[in-house]
Design a protein around this ligand. Structure first.
Ligand code: IDC
Length: 347
């Protein structure tokens, strides 16, 4: 059954929390909010034009059954860089950069992580604020359970069950919300471990929300999509995460993506950078352009890591620049310039 977004949304009038994002990974006050009200000029938003999405073979399609591509920025860890979760930033990314989606990355294990020592309520407030801003703006939004250094999604599966139960019941009527259930399982978390996890979490989401898009991470930091292609999950509207960092992951991973797509696997690049896999080092523009070509060829959705001003190559804003939007070319790092040009060319 086709669902509609709740028509009435709270236009919360709160103040920005003041200081700009800092480069360190110290958890901060997660009370970032926007002082903007609901966007009134929302007749032609991405969501109003494309509505509820679904998966058709290898493709993501919109409510009219047309192939559709989501693209935009991923936040950095919202515990560390909460200030970018605000209405004006998202509006800028929609209107000036032409993006249609935002990814809210919530680390689960690291310092301030949801499953480790983070303030769960404050983190959920940030996620909810982010979903509200995206919804007001008619953007799609990915809630990312950012498994990384705990390696296996089973480590915090109990927390994950509670989290996705709450989120999917809250957003069961929000067709712009996408659930990413485990960012990057790695090490011994092979596909059978991930499947076991997904087979617990997806039914919880489906119980509240029959049709939402769910993105599932794949083994080896979401590179081993061929494992998923060989043994799919038995749910509709599931996509499989492929992550790349252009200076590290080259032809072999592009070839793998191509093979899997040709096998009918719905692939979603829910995170990528154009530097190396550490999130730092030199960017590789030649490799980045090769990725861009293949992404365009297959209409794969792509979310760029990361929306912050940390002192690392994958943070698109210059270190020391505290502006939350309206960046000049000088205030963007190389990756920021490259990705903003690509986004703008899609407008
Ligand atoms: C990195 C951040 C870095 C942070 C680190 C924490 O860029 O600032 O200190 O995480 O572990 C991924 C992950 C993503 C990483 C990124 C770069 O999904 O969380 O972010 N990366 O290492 N996979 C491949 C690269």
């Amino acid at each position: 059954m086709k669902k509609k977004i709740l028509a009435t949304l709270l236009a919360t009038m709160m103040l920005l929390s003041g200081c700009g994002a800092k480069e360190d990974d110290t958890p901060k006050n997660t009370n970032a909010n926007s002082n903007s009200s609901v966007d009134t000029d929302n007749t032609d938003t991405p969501f109003s034009l494309h509505g509820a999405l679904s998966v058709d073979g290898a493709d993501l399609v919109d409510e009219n059954g047309e192939k559709f591509q989501l693209y935009g920025m991923s936040t950095h860890g919202i515990a560390w860089f909460p200030d970018y979760v605000n209405y004006d930033t998202f509006k800028y990314l929609r209107d000036e950069w032409g993006t249609n989606c935002i990814r809210l990355a919530m680390y689960t294990h690291e310092n301030g992580g949801y499953g480790s020592d983070g303030d769960k309520e404050a983190l959920k407030t940030l996620v909810k604020n982010g979903v509200d801003y995206a919804t007001q703006l008619g953007m799609y939004v990915i809630i990312d359970w950012h498994v990384l250094n705990e390696k296996s999604p089973m480590v915090y599966i109990e927390e994950s069950k509670d989290f996705f139960e709450e989120m999917s019941s809250l957003y069961k009527d929000y067709d712009n919300v996408i659930y990413e259930i485990c960012n990057e399982p790695n090490s011994n978390a092979n596909w059978s471990v991930i499947k076991e996890y997904a087979n617990e979490i997806i039914p919880i989401i489906r119980n509240n929300d029959e049709n939402s898009i769910v993105i599932c991470g794949t083994p080896t930091w979401s590179q081993d999509i061929h494992r998923a292609s060989a043994e799919r999950l038995e749910f509709d509207n599931v996509m499989y995460a492929l992550h790349f960092y252009a200076a590290t992951h080259k032809d072999w991973l592009r070839n793998r993506m191509e093979t899997c797509i040709n096998e009918g696997l719905p692939v979603f690049i829910s995170e990528f950078g154009i530097c190396d896999a550490s999130g730092n080092g030199n960017v590789d523009i030649e490799q980045a352009n090769a990725w861009k070509d293949i992404i365009e060829k297959y209409n794969v959705s792509f979310m760029c890591w990361n929306l912050a001003n940390k002192n690392e190559a994958s943070s698109i804003i210059e270190f020391g620049c505290d502006k939350l939007y309206g960046w000049t070319d000088d205030e963007l790092k190389e990756e920021g310039l490259w990705i903003s040009e690509w986004f703008e060319s899609e407008k």
